[in-house]
Design a protein around this ligand. Structure first.
Ligand SMILES: [Zn+2]
Ligand SMILES: [Zn+2]
Length: 414
């Protein structure tokens, strides 16, 4: 399938009207800034500006007589969680290109579109080309930035670039803070030693906006381990509930924390470079099961880290999800996929805000994941993903009152 080359777009330079220096799009401020003289030019107002802001609805755990009141996780105690169906793993581990093609062929080809416009840079005279998928691009010789005149003026963008239906594309996002060149350097560093030739990393690293629903996820579990069984309570506030499975939901979950203090309107016309815009997917009954699959995978790891336990099995689980109103947000990520010499498959995902990365290597039999923390600890606003430590508990009395214990106090015979 070929995407027809629409009329030659008119290009205009993004130069500061005052001093002539290149202007940089700043998603957080909602406009172009000149770094030299502080001139600011706002983006065009678009429909996205009228979307209601996220309303966070946190409900702190109540303390009664010094006891935790856990009514929210008391109602539906279910037996051990059902694991994901085999189909889930097969689907998840498909190459990204296949997933994109199956989901939306038009967007897939539009994103790959090789058509470009060519011009001589009006600033330095060198020949330059731009892909049609790039809304804003930079002259590699003089650093001057350019954009499509009409898109810059109106904020409109090519809808073929949305993977899925444009109607299902969320209007709020977290701006990318980590630049693509910085992400490329970091990705190369991470995969060095795993793949011989890292020269294609720059081309293959994709940027994407992934849809999630913000919610508070809280759970009470009974687990057994080598030292016996115990109940514990834990919560993750501002948890990102995946609304698409194109990118691995488990790796995605590892990329938290996200800082929601930085939410802005999505303005694709002002994004630099090629960014995949993923619309939310209708996942059927999988949507409601995803939190269980993620808990099943993360709970044993977290208990291991907190208490040094090894043989953990989840016995009983009760969980509560409280969605935040208008909490539909796109999260910025970088991703890389490549096959390995030994036939394995490497997948890398990186948080476009903090640089935290999750690396996964899969073979026919095994799946191995490693987390790479960013070199500098990011400073986050109060509205960020917050994971409480697991708290061993024991039920004391009605209504739903539980006592906080140490692990040794909470342990009971299996
Ligand atoms: Zn200026
Ligand atoms: Zn130039």
């Amino acid at each position: 399938m070929e995407i027809s080359k629409s009329q030659e777009p008119k290009i205009s330079a993004l130069a500061c009207p005052k001093c002539g220096a290149p202007m940089y799009p700043d998603m957080k401020k909602g406009g172009f800034s000149c770094l030299y003289c502080d001139t600011f030019r706002p983006f065009a107002i678009t429909d996205e500006d009228f979307a209601p802001a996220v309303k966070f609805r946190h409900q702190p755990v109540k303390i009664v007589d010094g006891l935790l009141k856990l009514g929210h996780v008391a109602i539906e105690v279910k037996e051990a969680l059902a694991p994901p169906p085999r189909e889930e793993r097969l689907k998840r581990l498909l190459p990204l290109d296949r997933k994109l093609l199956e989901r939306d062929a038009e967007a897939f080809y539009a994103l790959r579109n090789e058509s470009f416009c060519e011009l001589n840079c009006p600033f330095c005279g060198n020949h330059l080309t731009s892909l049609l998928t790039e809304n804003l691009f930079t002259c590699p010789y003089c650093g001057q930035k350019f954009g499509h005149q009409e898109q810059i003026a109106t904020g409109k963008y090519d809808e073929r670039l949305v993977v899925g239906r444009k109607y299902n594309l969320y209007s709020k996002c977290l701006p990318f803070k980590l630049s693509k060149p910085a992400a490329q350097i970091s990705a190369k560093e991470i995969v060095k030693g795993l793949i011989q030739d890292t020269s294609h990393v720059n081309d293959r690293l994709t940027s994407a906006y992934v849809p999630v629903q913000l919610a508070d996820l809280r759970w009470k579990m009974k687990v057994s381990c080598e030292r016996g069984g115990f109940w514990y309570y834990q919560e993750c506030l501002d948890w990102a509930w995946p609304r698409s499975i194109i990118y691995d939901i488990f790796l995605m979950d590892e990329l938290s924390p996200w800082d929601y203090g930085e939410i802005t309107s999505l303005k694709p016309a002002y994004l630099e470079g090629k960014v995949q815009l993923l619309a939310s997917e209708n996942l059927g009954d999988w949507q409601a099961r995803i939190p269980d699959w993620i808990l099943q995978r993360t709970a044993p790891q977290r208990l291991r880290r907190a208490f040094g336990l090894e043989e953990i099995q989840l016995r009983w689980v009760s969980r509560d999800i409280r969605q935040h109103n208008y909490g539909l947000v796109l999260l910025p990520i970088y991703a890389l996929e490549t096959t390995l010499a030994n036939g394995g498959f490497l997948r890398l995902m990186m948080n476009g805000q903090t640089g935290k990365a999750a690396l996964q290597i899969t073979t026919a039999k095994e799946e191995f994941t490693r987390i790479i923390e960013p070199s500098a600890k990011p400073s986050l606003s109060p509205e960020s993903t917050m994971l409480s430590p697991p708290i061993p508990i024991r039920y004391v009395k009605s209504p739903f009152l539980h006592e906080r214990l140490t692990l040794s106090e909470a342990l009971m015979p299996r």
